[in-house]
Write a protein that binds this ligand. Structure first.
Ligand code: ZN
Length: 396
């Protein structure tokens, strides 16, 4: 835990000085928002719809899970999402693609975790400037037709089509409830009036400042389970691992949380604590007599290159209510009504242009002789769902 995070958990005499700074910050943000709304400051419009997912607190354990869920919703609807992120807070590097073999110190653990879970089906790019990163991604992956932006609540330069803000009451309740730098909140609750959806996480099922007009979606933690790092399709619950010689690997400062979780799951383990930002190498585990090595998700991505089949990961997944799918797809349907947006879509196979057939609601690739359907207002850019054009069908 950083020194300032300790301050966010209490009220001290220092807060007499920090509180006025927080108020100034809120005023500054309100003025900026007003200037962007009145188009006095210029914002950038990107050619594909942008979905912003951010948290009102500095961090929320729910966010990565939620981004994976949204990417899967989009993919299942036939869209081709990409994800942009800062990667880690002080990343000043130009746009870079994150791959499964990227070094976690250069990409940040969370973006590597997104890449690991979404594999090759959804590119993840990181960089200092969100707009440049989005442009670089779209340039490299012409098939991407919607972008999810991890963070960006306050980056109003980037025009957004849908914005969801996570309000994690477990983080707010464990802090002092003040706005940065005095507390863990990044903005006032009044900011939520200007967002499309509030994603409520934590035990409290309602927060007083959110009125009924704002769409509120609840998230729920899923039952904890483990998956094998080398073979993610191999999963087990605690009972499936019980009785084996288990070592639990954890890096400071997350130690207690992880060990408490394993104790709660009634697993007998030998804990091994490594320093924060430890770079794992094969010899760290070579002398282990462990049959199973358990590790939290964020540390697991640092062990991908070890290819050790004994490593199992504790996955804590959060799932948003189905209402989230409805409101995101509704918004995207409205966007894809615009023929200009259909014009920029390319064939995911050959990356060539498509011909829009309004009467049949199809997008045709001449080169591959495939017709991609527009189903329920959403272009379904999946080869398996496309109609193979018979030889006699003429394409005009
Ligand atoms: Zn094609």
């Amino acid at each position: 835990m950083n020194w300032y995070e300790l301050y966010w958990q209490r009220i001290t005499p220092l807060h007499l000085f920090l509180w006025p700074i927080s108020q100034l910050l809120i005023l500054f943000q309100s003025v900026r928002r007003f200037l962007y709304r009145r188009a006095i400051l210029t914002s950038i419009h990107l050619p594909v719809p942008i979905i912003i997912i951010d948290s009102i607190t500095t961090d929320s354990p729910v966010k990565t899970s939620l981004i994976i869920q949204i990417a899967n919703i989009l993919k299942a609807a036939g869209l081709r999402p990409g994800i942009i992120s800062r990667g880690y807070p002080d990343n000043h590097r130009p746009p870079t693609r994150v791959t499964i073999s990227s070094h976690p110190h250069l990409t940040g653990e969370k973006s590597l975790l997104l890449t690991y879970h979404l594999r090759e089906t959804c590119p993840v790019w990181i960089g200092y400037d969100r707009i440049e990163t989005a442009k670089a991604l779209l340039n490299a992956h012409k098939e991407c037709n919607v972008l999810i932006c991890d963070d960006g609540l306050q980056d109003l330069r980037l025009q957004r089509d849908f914005e969801a803000v996570i309000v994690d009451t477990s983080v707010i309740n464990s802090g002092n409830g003040l706005i940065m730098p005095a507390g863990p909140l990044r903005d006032s609750f009044a900011r939520l009036k200007h967002t499309d959806a509030v994603i409520l996480a934590g035990h409290q099922r309602r927060i007083p400042d959110i009125t009924d007009e704002i769409r509120t979606i609840h998230t729920r933690p899923q039952k904890e389970h483990f998956f094998n790092l080398s073979w993610p399709e191999l999963t087990a619950d605690a009972a499936g691992l019980a009785g084996k010689r288990i070592h639990a690997i954890v890096c400071d400062p997350d130690t207690q949380n992880f060990l408490d979780n394993l104790e709660f799951l009634k697993l007998t383990i030998t804990p091994r604590v490594f320093p924060e930002n430890h770079h794992f190498i094969a010899t760290d585990f070579q002398s282990d007599e462990a049959e199973i090595i358990l590790i939290p998700e964020e540390d697991a991505v640092k062990c991908l290159s070890l290819h050790d089949d004994r490593i199992w990961v504790l996955q804590q997944e959060y799932r948003a209510d189905p209402g989230l799918r409805e409101i995101i797809l509704k918004k995207l349907r409205e966007k894809f009504m615009d023929p200009k947006l259909l014009d920029i879509l390319v064939c995911p196979l050959c990356k060539g242009p498509l011909i829009y057939k309004k009467d049949r609601l199809e997008l045709i690739c001449k080169a591959d002789r495939l017709a991609y359907p527009i189903r329920d207002g959403i272009p379904v850019m999946l080869e398996d769902e496309a109609r193979k054009l018979p030889d006699e069908e003429e394409i005009k």
